[in-house]
Design a protein around this ligand. Structure first.
Ligand code: AMP
Ligand code: MG
Length: 399
């Protein structure tokens, strides 16, 4: 039996097997979190025309030297276009956002205007361009607003919508099939039964996978039986990824590895120097990646954050996707458990100096969902760290 891989090495193996999914056209409203497959460019100049930044009067700046009294030639509201050019010595009423008539080059604000007898007198002379938003001053037609490979964020989508774009090219969402094995498992919300426990992994995986931008196909729970596991795995090997929960350890009822191998899935690695999550199994069949996740709920979440989640981002085109470590400071000493990189459930609090400080929960264990619920993050204590004193900066994975 080959020794377990270190966490970083296991991630490298997974990353090496991720291929980027093809692109498709996606309406902006459905693009959040997707990765742009090509440069998304502005379709227009922004602003598209010279516009007023204020309620007031469009004028010729040269006409505003005192003692000016400009004839009011009418009004254009936002959305309207003036019938003709602004004649010298006149002013046109405008609302914020209205297009300047030809000839106008400044805006006299209402606050700076005195109106009497159909004429408007400026409080003082105006410089050309005053309170004018010039065509193209923000974005020029063809400017890249979301480069290929960048995530389509709310801010990028807002800019693209403003720039006359309705849809973008983005990489397809991965389809992840999720199944759970275990004869002891009860469905979420089912009445308790002696000797059985409530299943949570399919639900947590579904939520995590969807949050990572992928689509989920849920399969029924499979009892611990080789033939049943083999049939279920065979049916679930249909998407970009198969995530199987449970049954990857060395017990007599752990049938997932033989079932996967019988279905032609090639093993890439089994076991990682990780706690929780040591029995993680990873393999592939053709383009389908297969994760055999240890059944304990915290192992499943840990393996998602370290491997499956970043893999899904890579498949969507985020070339630098990796486990999303963030630095935190230990509030108390911590050490790795039995030579494995150890993920400790921890609460985070902002310390006086602004740094996030992590306090591990009292109980630590891959089955402790109560501790998970009370936590904000996993603190990562490297397998070779020895005892880390309080105050050490360490990586954390936010929950
Ligand atoms: P296994 O990896 O199958 O050996 O399971 C390890 C532990 O996780 C056992 O105590 C299982 O009862 C529990 N477990 C397995 N699958 C699930 C699941 N889908 N939801 C919650 N707990 C599970
Ligand atoms: Mg099991």
């Amino acid at each position: 039996m080959t020794p377990p891989l270190e966490v970083a090495e296991a991630w490298e193996r997974v990353a090496a097997d991720c291929s980027v999914l093809p692109a498709e056209r996606v309406p902006l409203a459905a693009a959040l979190g997707r990765i742009a497959a090509e440069d998304a460019r502005s379709a227009v100049d922004l602003p598209p025309f010279d516009r007023s930044a204020m309620d007031g009067y469009a004028v010729r700046a040269a006409d505003t030297e005192p003692p000016a009294a400009l004839a009011i030639a009418g009004e254009v509201a936002a959305g309207e276009v003036a019938a003709g050019a602004l004649a010298p010595g006149t002013a046109l009423g405008v609302t914020t956002g209205a297009a300047l008539p030809e000839g106008a080059d400044a805006i006299l604000r209402v606050e700076d205007a005195r109106v009497a007898d159909g004429r408007v007198t400026p409080a003082g002379p105006l410089a050309p361009g005053f309170h004018v938003r010039h065509r193209g001053e923000d974005v020029a037609r063809g400017d890249v607003l979301a480069p290929a490979g960048a995530p389509l964020t709310v801010q990028a989508i807002t800019a693209l919508a403003s720039a006359g774009v309705g849809a973008v090219a983005a990489h397809r969402r991965p389809v992840v099939h999720v199944l759970a094995t275990g004869s002891e498992l009860l469905e979420v919300g089912a009445p308790p039964e002696p000797g059985r426990i409530h299943e949570s992994n399919r639900l947590s995986l579904r939520l995590l996978v969807e949050a990572a931008g992928a689509d989920v196909v849920l399969h029924p729970v499979v009892p611990d039986d080789l033939a049943a596991t083999r049939a279920a795995v065979g049916a679930a090997l249909a998407g970009d990824v198969l995530a199987v929960s449970g049954g990857v350890s060395v017990g007599p009822h752990d049938h997932v590895k033989p079932a996967l191998e019988a279905c032609g899935v090639e093993a890439v690695f089994w076991r990682v120097r990780l706690k929780p999550g040591k029995p993680l199994w990873f393999g592939r069949r053709g383009e389908t990646l297969v994760f055999g996740l240890p059944g304990n709920p915290l192992s499943t979440v840990a393996c998602f954050l370290l491997f499956l989640g970043p893999a899904l981002r890579r498949m969507q085109g985020q070339a630098d996707a990796a486990p999303p470590y963030v630095p935190v400071r230990l509030a108390v000493p911590a050490r790795p458990a039995d030579g494995r990189t150890t993920l400790l459930t921890a609460r985070l609090e902002r310390a006086g100096d602004g740094v996030w400080e992590a306090t591990p929960t009292e109980g630590q264990g891959s089955h402790l969902t109560g501790a998970l619920a009370a936590s904000d993050a996993f603190v990562v204590v490297p397998h070779d760290a020895g005892e880390l004193p309080a105050g050490t900066l360490v990586d954390a994975l936010l929950l």
